[in-house]
Design a protein around this ligand. Sequence first.
Ligand code: ADP
Length: 401
Amino acid sequence: MAQLTREQQVVLRSTSMLKDLMEDEFVLFLQNAKVASFTAKQQIIQEGSTDTSLYFMLSGQVRVYRKDPQGQDIELAQLSKGDFFGELSLLDNLPRSASISATQNAELLFIDRDSFFAFSKTHPAMMTKILTDISLRFRSSNEVFYKNIIQKNKELEEAYRQLKTLDEQKSKFVALTSHEIKTPLTIMVGSLQLLTDGIFGPLDPKVKNTVEKSMSGGKRLNGIINRIIDVSMNNNVDAILKKEDVNVLHLVQEIQDDLALLLKKRTLHISTHVPADLELSADMNNVKQIILNLFLNAIRFTPDGGHIEIRATAPDPAHVQISINDDGIGIAKDKQKLIFSPFYKVASEDTHTSGDVEFGSGGIGLGLTIVKSAVELHKGTVAVESELNEGSVFTVTLPVT
Ligand code: ADP
């Protein structure tokens, strides 16, 4: 039996649930209840626990809170004398849906589930009071969650806006600095070219060799910078696509002609299966970048004697599908998602050979990043299927218009 002071009895009698009880009923209720004291910060109920008592606050203050998916506490309510809590698990017999801890020293009266039900059988009006209260609390919790979601959305929007600005600044910075490097580099490579061409008289063979090496290093650096510019341009949301009619076969032949001299260094069996009338409306340079990068990768990652097949079809009237198939070294399953990330290469730098089309040679891990962003600019998709040591197929699907 709970022993209460006169003041505590007044508080208890003021709760909506108990205020209509007759004096003898109230005494009966107290006989089934107990009093407990909690000090500030002490936990009264732990979210997820199976305690099933109903609590009435006689004095002090408690806070009701629960964890959000990030593990942070969201406060649902502050309760003080005259309030009650714990009614939900009394009814559904499920683990506690929120935690409660004292924010000030608090005295509580509690009644366990079985005693409460035994008592409420003779006092059904108490159940109605509980249900009304639950409904009110749901409304106010919903309100809290709703406000929380709106606040989180605002924070996300702001974070997105800041990231977007940073990304745009980064792209501009990369494009600007790359161009700043390109200008003197072009002058240097041009001057070295004049030297090797003998414009200033014949060069000593040793000097000529050194100059040629510097020139090829300069050209390679120029290529790298061009690729970085391509990536930063493709990342630029304002990039404007110049749409025109693109004949896939002509484009593939143009790429093969561009690479013909370089490919003399390799013994690869290259076949092309592209219908002569396959066309799409797209940015020619973008589509060229896509096919060129995939073709170059197939060349680099297929040993001499291997096969490369370029195929293009129209799987349906609205799409063109271009696939580059090789029987080269292949890509392990766990690496296949990563290869589209900037600067990612499966093999480490020291296993790379130099050159543009040599087996095992490679760029700086931007080729597939360029392919992916160029494809996405056209609202297309790129997919890879590959088996280690058996080969790879990269398939690009682009809308016809
Ligand atoms: P890079 O410009 O250095 O070639 P990419 O972004 O084009 O970089 O490719 C990333 C990595 O994906 C390559 O370093 C290589 O390890 C792997 N890769 C790409 N294409 C192929 C392929 N056809 N066969 C095997 N590995 C490939």
